[in-house]
Structures are given as structure tokens and as C-alpha cells.
Design a protein around this ligand. Sequence first.
Ligand code: GLN
Length: 314
Amino acid sequence: MNTGQRPAPQTVGVLALQGDFREHCEMLGRMGHHAYEIRRPDQLRDLDALIIPGGESTTIARLIEGNGFLEPLRDFCASGRPTWGTCAGAILMAKHVDNLDRPGIETMDIRVRRNAFGRQVNSFEADLDIKGVEGAPFHAVFIRAPLIEETLPPAGAIATLEDGTIVAARQDNLLATSFHPEITGDSRLHAYFLTIGRGPGKKTLRVENGDGLPRELDPFLDGNGRLAQWPVKQSLQRAFIEHLAGAFEPGRSYTEPEVNDLLAAHHTFRDPALLRRLLYDWGYLERQSDGRAYWRPGSDTASKSGVPPGELQR
Ligand code: GLN
């Protein structure tokens, strides 16, 4: 649904080691976001989202390795912030690639074949229906593009050519597209990309009671704003889980019964186990490995490693 409102500006990095990072930055700038060319790993820290652009994947892989980017990029992807590989970037995001002479970021469960469309079709264009992108088909430009041979759960295809060839895939906060979305002037995929994050990096996490919930959730709420029915639509499930996360005080450790009490105050269909699991799986809550303590990750680094925040941090 297009509300006509401009989304809050985000700070988005584009890896600028090689390839067409400038076009992505220009697109993001036109959308009102703050775009930065990223050349050093320490620049990743304050970003809301990151794009790995198209170019030459072996060259970018070499520069990633040579500039100490490999682990920082893997950590960035694991942090839950939206990360998108376009064309060569998609090759670098894949855990399985047919021929790349050194490791890429290897973060998405997809199998990618480089230069898969053959010399005779070095470049072509196609109109795509992309899951998550509303309105007219998205006009996509493919340039010596890779194809996504297979997506393995939790990755899933979000766009295919007419013959079924997968050309876009998503895995939680990660996105990979075979084509170049930055050169056609259509910003819908960039806009979609900026909505797919999870976890503490995402500003919408701190939603206060009721107000921040999308209107679409209204039919599922009772008179007291509690969720009375679990929605089937993933985006609504996510909105609700994100809303729940906002009810937890950052840096405070909760026992399982305390978590259940808090969840009981927000829903009526009596499935705290489902909500607890999704809060954890989607990165909104951390938990001790024996499940005895839960907490919302904050800036405190200990809370990332399975150790609940101590009393002093309350
Ligand atoms: N053919 C390039 C590679 O394999 C990708 C092309 C592109 O990013 N436009 O690295």
C-alpha cells in the first residue's frame, strides 16, 4: 500500500571497491536517503543497510579479501541489517557458486551460476513480478548476469523469468538479484530492500504500545489492542513481533515466566511458545542456551554471546 508518505531517511552504504556503486548511491540519494561509498571496514558500523553492487565478482572478491572486509561483511549480514547483492554482488552473497577463485561473503543459501545466459545474450531485459514489490512489473536489465540455480531454505525465490529461472531471492534480511535495479530509475526494489531488516539495527524496533502497528493488523486485534488471531501474512507477523520486541526493556534480562507474562498481555490466542520462538529466530531477543533467560540485545557486547546482561545493567 502506498500511503504517499516519504519513509524516514536511512543511512545506506554501497561497497565501493569496484563496479557500479555510484548508480546505487545516486538512486538512494534521489529517494532521500543518505548514501555512502564504503571503502573501509570501519565505515560499516553506523549503516542501516548495505548494497554489494554489480561489477566483476572475482575482482570484488579479491578486493574484499585484500582490504580486510571478509569477516566484517559476514558480521554485517549476520547483524540483521538489510544487505543486498546485485549481479556480481549476488554472486558474492551466495554460499554456492560454480566458479569463483576465492571465497565470497557466502551468506545466502542459494546456488548461483556465473555468466549463465551465454555469450549470445550478454545482456537482455525482462519485466518481472517481484514478491514484495507492488504495482506494474519491474523492468529488469541483465548484464552478463548470473542465474540463481536453486534456493535452499531459509532462502526463497522472489522473482523468476517466464521460463522459471530464478533471478531474485530473499533470505530474511538478505537479498540477491541477478539484474541491475539501479540503472532503470525505478526505486521500488530499493524501497522494498530497506524494509527487510530485523533486530537491533532497525529503528522501527522501538515501537510503543499500539500506535506503531500497521492498520492492516486492526482486524486481528481485540478491543484492548491484543492480538486475537495469528495473521497468515508474513509481513503482518513480522510487524507484530517487532511491536512485541518493543515491549521488552533493552538490557534487562527476563526469565521465561516473565516473558510469558509479557506476551500474555499482548495476545489472546495463548501461544507464547510461538511468539517466544519468533522473537528469538528473527533476532529481536537473545536467549541463554538453556532458555532460562531472555533479553533484548543492546549495545552491550556480552549480550550478543549468549550471556544475559547483569543486574548492574538494568
Ligand atoms: N559477469 C559478472 C561476474 O561474474 C557479473 C556481471 C555484473 O555484475 N553485471 O562477476
